[in-house]
Design a protein. Sequence first.
Length: 289
Amino acid sequence: MKIAELYQRKKTVISFEIFPPKKEADLEGIDRILAELGELSPDFISVTYSAGGMNNSAATFDIASKIQNEHQILSLAHMTCINSTPEQVAGNLEKAKLLGIENIMALRGDIPADYTGTPHYLYAKDLIAKIKKEQPQICIGAAAYTEGHTDCESVELGVEHLKQKADAGADFFVTQLFFDNRFFYEFYDKTLAVGLDLPISAGIMPILSKSQIEKMIFMCGASLPARIVKMLGKYENSPEDLKKAAMEYSAEQINDLIAHKVDGVHIYTMNRPEIARGNLEKIRYGNRI
Ligand code: FAD
C-alpha cells in the first residue's frame, strides 16, 4: 500500500521513525523495538539510511521489509543520494522491489565536510526524478524544513525547493523536527501559497537530555522556545524530571497539531518505544483518530 493513500483516508496519519542499529549484531534488538512500537498501531514506520553507506545503512531495506512482513505495519525506507552512483541507486531500487517495499523517502543526505567529488545527484529532487524514471510505481516521500534547511538562505526559498521536489514526483513530505508549532503553521501556509497541495507530516522529537538537544539544534538549526530553555535550566541536575517535563511538552505539541488537523505527525522515536508510547498516551481523547 502507498503511504500517500493513507493521508486520503485518515484524519491525522501517525508515524514513527527508527534507525538501524549501529552493529549488525544488534539487529536482533530491533524486533523487540518493533513489537513495542507495533502495539501503538502506527500508520507507518520509517527507517533511516546513513549517507555514505556508514552505520549499517545496508540494513535499512531489510528492516523496512521486516516491518511489513513480520510486524504487518507499512514501512518507509529512507535512501540518500549524495554519495551514490546511478548503479547504486538502481541496485537499491531493485532490492526494494524484491522486498516488496513500495514507499521510499528520497533524501540528499548531508554533504560530508571533507567531500571534494562531483555528485551524480546534487539534490534530493534528482534522486526523486531517478526513482520516478526507474520505478514509477514507488510512492515517494521527501524532507521539508519548517525553519529552513541549514544551507538555505530563507524559508521561502526552501519552499521553492520543496515545490521542485513535488514537480519531480514527490508524493508527500515529512518535516525536520521543530519545537514551536507556529513555525509549522506558517510554513504550511507558505506551501499553500505556492500551490503545493501535498500532505505534510509534522516531525516531532521528544527531548531526552540537554546534550541530545544541543547536538540536534546544532545539526538542524531548530529554534528553542524560552519554555524549553527554562526547562533545561531547571532540570539540569535532574535528568528524569527533564524527561518527564519534555514528554509533557511534546505531547502538548502533538495535541495542538492534531487539533489543527495536520496531515500527519511523525515521531522521531530514537529507537525508544517508551517515548512514542508516552506521547501517544497523552493525546487527548477527543484528538484520537
Ligand atoms: P535537498 O532537498 O536536496 O536540499 C538540500 C539543500 O539544497 C537545501 O538547503 C535546499 O534548500 C537546497 N536546494 C534544493 N534544491 C535546490 C536547487 N534547485 N538549487 C539550489 N539549492 C537547492 N539524512 C540521512 O543521512 N539519512 C536519513 O535517513 C535522513 N532522514 C531524514 C528524514 C527527514 C524527515 C528529514 C527532514 C531529514 C533527514 N535526513 C536524513 C537529513 C537530510 O539528509 C539533510 O537535511 C540533508 O542535508 C538535506 O537533504 P534533503 O533531502 O532535504 O536535500
